[in-house]
Structures are given as C-alpha cells and as structure tokens.
Design a protein around this ligand. Structure first.
Ligand SMILES: [Zn+2]
Length: 602
C-alpha cells in the first residue's frame, strides 16, 4: 500500500530536481589542457585549459595555493603571465582577476571557453614543487601548472604535452592509445597529482605483479643505472608484499640525479619524484627514500586523513595525523628494505636507535606534542613544529604502536593489520579516515583500550616508554649518559673574535654577566681565533675558565664556571634471554610474513 504524504511529494520533487540537475550544473563536463614547451631559453611553457559543457555566463579558473604532500603555501601565481581567454570560435573573451589566484572568464553563452597563459618554469634544479625547463628536459608539477575550474574539479580531464622533436613524456596518468603525449584522468585531483617528466631521459619499464612500473632517470647520463633500477624493482615488490595489494593501475618513479646535494622525494598518487646525489646510484640512502615514497602509495595516498583528498587547494589544510602519514611511512622504509633483501636486522636496529637518539637529544620533545607538530606543519617547514619532527617521533610512535598491539594480542595483530584495515576502509568509503580514526581502529582490532597510549604519544610531552615496550619485542635499549661542558651562549664569528648574540637564561655565561654584543677575544689567555668554535669542548663541567671580553671601548676579564649538559646515546640490541613470544614479535615487525589476515575481525 502506498501512502502519499506531503513529505513524500517533497521527496519526489527533490528526486526530479536532482535527476534533472546535470543540465543545470555549473560544473564543466570536461576540462582539456595543453602544456607546450614554448621557449627553453626563456624557460617558458604555454598552457591552455578548455572547459567544456558550460551553461553559466562566467567560469572561474584558479591556480592552487599548495601542492599535496608538501604542507607549505606557495605563490604559484607568480609564475603565471599573459592570461587571456577565447571562446569556441577563437574570439577573445573578457578575463577578470577575482583574487591573485583566480581568473573569471565570460562565456557569452558559449558552451566552452579556453583560458591561456604563459608559465615561467622557476624550479631552480630538477625539483618537485614547481616546473622546470632547459634545452634537454622539462618537469611539470600539476598544481604549479594547471589551473582548475572552480566548482568543477570533479569533471574528467585530459592533458597533452607538446614537446620538441625527440623528447619523450613520462607521467602516471592514464595513457592514450596512439598518442604517447596525451593522458587522461577522472578528475582534477588525479590529473594534477601525477607530474610529468619531459625530454631526453632514460626510462626503464618492467611489469611487477601485473602492474607496469616505469623508472625514469633524469641526469647521471654517463653512469650505469641498471643496478640501482634493479634495486628499485626489489623495493617495489617488497612494498606490494608488505601491504598486500597494488592499488594503482601503473606506477612511475621520476628520479633525478644531481652531482651533489641531499636526497628528497615527494609522493604522488601513482608516482613519486625523487631527487638524489649521483653517489646514491650506489649505496642504500637513495633506496631508503625510495621505500618511503613508495610506501606513500598506500599510506597518505589511500590511507589518509579525511582532509587530505579531495583537496582544498585554496588554503592551508590542517590535520592532526601527519605523524601517521609521514612518521609511520618512515617506519615502513627500513622494513621494505629488509623485505627486499637490501638490508639486514642490524641495519633496522641502527635505524631505530638513530631515531631514538635524535628524539631523546631534542629538547623540543618536552615543549611540543606530536599533534601540535602535525597541526602546525605549515609553520614548521612541512617537517614538524618548534623543532619537533613528526617524521622522527611519528616513526617511533609507529614502532611502539606495532609492538604494543602485538604484545596485547599475542602477536596476532600489529601495524600491518591496522594499515590493511584502514586501506580496506578507504576503498570501501572512498574517503580518508576521521580524526582519532587510527586510535579507534587500534582499539577495535585489538579489543583493548588504546586511548591512554595515544594520549601519551600524541597529546603529551611525556617521554615515550621505549625501554618497556621494546622489551616486549625482545629488544634491549641501552642508554649512555655523558655530561658535556656547557657555556650557554650563541655567537657570530667576526674578524676580531666571537660576538655574543644570545645567552641561555640563567646559563653559566649569563651568571658570569656576559651580555649580548660582547666580543669574546680570549679564553684562558689564548685568542679564540686559534681555538676554533668548540673551545669549551675539551674542558670539564664545573671548570672555571677566564674569558677576555671587549665591551665597547673597555676590556673586561670575567671568570665563568662551566655548567654541564647531558648527552644521551642509545643503542638497541636483541636481548639474548627473550621469550619465544618476544622473539616472534621481533620477527613479525622486522619482516617475517604477517599472520593470516583475518579481515580485521576479532
Ligand atoms: Zn613522506
């Protein structure tokens, strides 16, 4: 029997409205981009974006304020010039800037308009965040180059890279049959999150577990890439084994080798950009970064805080869980190397000990909580905040969480299970996890209350329970405390001595009445110029040291009694008397196959 009610009619009307809505939609039905190498000498691209299926009198295009994975605002608009627009007939259309990042184009009733602009490739090296161009190579990071249609980010997209003869294009977006330079994506987020290498690069392709992998190598032209590339394949296979899936249709590594400098990487949806010094073609440092970035294909690109996709490109997006997204990813890096046979347990133990050394010698751990470091990443250079790195502490919290989950469940459930559970949830819902979602999942999977663990680890500055928790994995943490002499001032070297720039409140230097601006010329009668920067290092805490100071026109003699500061060194080793359970936990967290996945049920 059917009963008609007012509400039912209303609901029926809504249904009719929403069924009809596609013809009224503001959003375009498709956005088609071209990125053309316009002038390599002037490092300029020409970009066009054609929005199709328009119905409104105006459409707005905007360039993002940040690029996913790097939590820092960037003025991409400063690289954009000569913005203009045309209708389908090629006739000019009026362009009105709405704010520094947004341009509104009048459609004049046309179903499509194309916005066009010059893009200055301002990335100084083969970097990550912007765009690069020289006579041999180009790089395009989507958010730096491609404007999105405001309120139209969900429309399907295509991009064609127009490059000089002899250049290739590599990107993890969906390739187009018969046109190697055109790629498609279901929406703007996907399109923009797959950068492109253009030019004369080396490319190595291999199918692993049925998934096509490409390793693009820019730079290091004369070197033998093969051994490194083989190791990258091993890391890739290890990642798919550890996480138990390959949630990408293809994967592209965009490597760039520079003569020197540090290594760094930026994760993308089905790809990563990794910059390394050429020396990393040998050795393990580059592979550790590779493992970290590849692990992001699961953790952050699929298992992600809810605010990290779909993205709001207009402002800083703050989340509490970057410790998970970056720190736990970092925890998995040595694990993947172990799984790949590229590292042994000693390497893993050293990596853990190095992390503990970094944290326990960092006074910021007593001022800043892990959640605060995550939330304020935008002010902390995308590393942490106030000196606390969420990579460092987050990695260690991941380790302790792994052990603690296994301790409470007789080694039945650990971090691998938690990650796989979150992965299934993200696939099921298509969304990221909510705030406190990790804590809730750990509690549910283990059937034990994880609130106190997370309270201490994330929301307090109390030291982490390393000793007790490591013991549950048959590991012994040894701490060596040394007292080092401490003067308590900072200085700038000048031609005549060391100019005091600041003093630690109530520190030995301040107690001896040194002041900012004093010029320290002699220590114990010896000119500081001949002593080098570490002139207190060879002395002992409690020792009294005569200092000669120039203060204005005066020369002042002072005695300072050196204080002491603690230096802590940590080593982590296997405990010979560990129980079988403790040994099995260690085996599990260092790469023995995980227990059969029970679907997260308990
Ligand atoms: Zn990362």
């Amino acid at each position: 029997m059917l009963r008609y009610s007012r509400n039912f009619v209303f609901a029926l009307l809504l249904a009719v409205l929403s069924a009809a809505s596609p013809t009224w939609a503001k959003a375009p039905t498709r956005v088609v981009y071209t990125v053309s190498v316009a002038d390599t000498a002037k490092k300029t691209y020409r970009v066009t974006a054609k929005a199709e299926g328009l119905t409104d009198p105006a459409v707005s295009f905007a360039i993002p304020a940040w690029t996913p994975g790097y939590y820092t605002l960037i003025d991409f608009q400063k690289d954009i010039a000569n913005v203009s627009a045309v209708g389908p007939d090629g006739e000019p259309r009026a362009v009105k800037p709405l704010d520094p990042r947004t341009w509104q184009v009048a459609t004049e009733g046309a179903k499509s308009v194309t916005i066009r602009y010059d893009l200055r490739a301002s990335e100084p090296g083969y970097g990550f965040f912007r765009t690069y161009l020289d006579e041999n190579n180009g790089f395009v990071n989507g958010p730096a180059a491609l404007m999105y249609v405001v309120d139209g980010k969900t429309a399907p997209c295509a991009v064609t890279y127009r490059v000089p003869a002899g250049w290739k294009v590599a990107s993890a977006n969906a390739p187009t049959a018969g046109d190697p330079n055109t790629f498609t994506a279901p929406d703007y987020d996907t399109l923009a999150d797959q950068p492109a290498d253009l030019g004369r690069f080396a490319r190595y392709d291999r199918t692993l577990n049925g998934v096509p992998f490409s390793v693009v190598v820019v730079g290091a032209e004369g070197a033998d890439h093969k051994p490194f590339v083989e190791n990258v394949y091993k890391v890739s296979e290890a990642g798919m084994r550890v996480f138990g899936s390959a949630p990408f249709p293809r994967y592209v590594y965009h490597f760039r080798f520079l003569e020197r400098g540090g290594g760094a990487g930026l994760e993308h949806l089905n790809s990563t950009v990794i910059r390394l010094p050429e020396a990393a073609l040998r050795g393990r440092g580059g592979l550790s970064i590779t493992a970290h970035e590849f692990a992001h294909a699961w953790n952050v690109k699929r298992v992600r805080p809810a605010a990290l996709g779909p993205f709001d490109y207009t402002r800083a997006v703050r989340v509490k869980d970057l410790w998970w997204s970056e720190g736990v990813t970092e925890y998995y890096a040595p694990r993947l190397l172990l799984e790949a046979g590229l590292a042994d347990r000693a390497y893993w133990l050293e990596d853990i000990a190095a992390g503990i050394n970094q944290l326990q010698n960092n006074p910021a751990r007593q001022r800043v909580t892990l959640e605060e470091a995550s939330l304020k990443a935008w002010e902390g250079g995308s590393q942490g905040f106030g000196g606390l790195s969420y990579y460092n502490k987050g990695m260690l919290v991941g380790l302790l969480l792994d052990i603690e989950m296994r301790r409470r469940t007789n080694n039945r459930v650990g971090l691998d299970h938690l990650m796989r559970h979150l992965l299934r949830e993200s696939e099921r819902t298509g969304r990221g996890f909510p705030e406190n979602g990790i804590e809730a999942a750990a509690t549910r999977l283990t059937g034990t209350d994880f609130a106190p663990f997370f309270e201490r680890a994330l929301r307090s500055t109390a030291d982490l329970p390393f000793k007790e928790t490591l013991a549950a994995a048959g590991l012994e943490m040894k701490e060596t405390v040394r007292a080092l002499p401490f003067l308590g001032l900072t200085w700038n070297p000048t031609r005549d001595g060391l100019e005091v720039t600041s003093l630690v409140p109530d520190g030995p230097a301040q107690k001896a009445r040194l002041a900012a601006g004093d010029l320290l010329t002699h220590v114990g009668g010896t000119p500081v110029a001949t002593l080098g920067g570490g002139f207190v290092r060879n002395r002992k805490p409690g020792e009294t040291v005569p200092l000669t100071i120039r203060r204005g026109a005066q020369t002042v003699e002072l005695n300072v009694t050196l204080g002491s500061r603690e230096s802590r060194t940590y080593k982590v080793a296997e405990e010979p008397g560990a129980t079988p359970l403790e040994r099995s936990i260690l085996a599990a967290i260092t790469g023995a196959p995980p227990a059969p996945d029970n679907g997260g049920a308990r």
